[in-house]
Design a protein around this ligand. Structure first.
Ligand code: CP
Length: 308
């Protein structure tokens, strides 16, 4: 079996079978990460380009390591010193890379839809590494891998996603992925940061964090972008932290071994207390490790598994 679509743009493209395949492949890839010599020849002769128009530590580094561990040739385009600054369009940048024989482009862009547009111009495959407020599918997949490893599956799990839901591509991708696999998602955040129309079977909305966390199996905290306060979405950082921050007392309302996830980077002491981030319930570092495994799996499935 292979990834059906040419490009990976969003989690809504993937059905249960496809998500299961990616997670199973990532589990196998993780065994490579535990070896002394983390190198396999799987993608020898394949070329990968990372094209990031926004800052990134985790996503870009893990894609780059994933490609290198599988022996692909990797080029990272630094968009601030590329011909993009001379006004080159996304289409022309993509076509230029394709003319050099690139097999797959991993793109992060501030504009929702940019990866889909790029994919439409290219025969090379495209992976969305985060586009505006739209989606971040590889983040959702690594979050799901972390949950599956710790809790064994998704059916009937209660997952609370807390924070700036309105602007979160991570929340949107997890919504599709988790509900496809049978989990129940509760979104929580200030009313000003909650998009309308989220509620449906398997999806709840609350503005009360204690209610969201109560009896949760997983609490996924989102980074609050500090500039949102200047834009008037909430009165102050202190107020936000008091109402929507995860501290030890709040976490005690959840199930005993409730997992704590955060896509990073964290604002310690704002959306999450340092003692929670560093606790045994925190999966933040596992998420980062699983990010490499998931991205190895996707590069493998999208580059090595030929169209039928
Ligand atoms: N979670 C995430 O996308 O992190 P980066 O911005 O560091 O890639």
């Amino acid at each position: 079996m292979r990834i059906k679509a040419k490009d990976l743009i969003g989690m809504d493209q993937l059905d249960r079978e496809q998500i299961g395949l990616i997670l199973q492949t990532a589990k196998e890839m993780k065994t490579i990460l535990k070896r002394d010599i983390k190198k396999v020849p799987t993608l020898r002769g394949k070329s990968v380009v990372t094209l990031f128009f926004e800052p990134s530590t985790r996503t870009r580094t893990s894609f780059e390591l994933a490609a290198k561990y599988m022996s692909a040739d990797l080029v990272n385009i630094n968009t601030s010193v590329s011909s993009v600054v001379k006004g080159e369009s996304l289409k022309d940048t993509g076509k230029t890379l394709e003319a050099m024989g690139v097999d797959i482009v991993v793109i992060r862009h501030s504009m929702a839809g940019a990866p889909q547009v790029l994919g439409g111009y290219l025969k090379a495959r495209v992976i969305n590494a985060g586009d505006g407020f739209h989606q971040h599918p590889t983040q959702a997949l690594l979050d799901m891998m972390t949950i599956q490893e710790r809790l064994g599956g998704f059916e009937g799990l209660k997952v609370a996603i807390v924070g700036d839901i309105l602007h979160s591509r991570v929340a949107r991708s997890n919504l599709f992925g988790l509900t496809t696999m049978g989990a129940e998602v509760t979104f929580c955040g200030p009313p000003t940061l909650m998009p309308p129309g989220l509620e449906r079977p398997g999806v709840n909305v609350t503005y009360d964090m204690d209610e969201a966390v109560a009896e949760a199996d997983v609490v996924m905290m989102l980074r609050i972008q500090l500039e949102r306060q200047k834009a008037g979405y909430f009165p102050s950082i202190r107020e936000y932290s008091r109402c929507y921050g995860l501290n030890k007392q709040r976490l005690a309302l959840a199930k005993k071994d409730c997992l704590v996830l955060h896509p990073g980077p964290i604002n310690r002491g704002v959306e999450m207390a340092g003692e929670v981030a560093d606790s045994l319930q925190s999966c933040i570092n596992e998420q980062v490790t699983n990010g490499v495994a998931v991205r190895m799996a996707l590069l493998y499935l999208m580059l090595e598994q030929k169209e039928e």
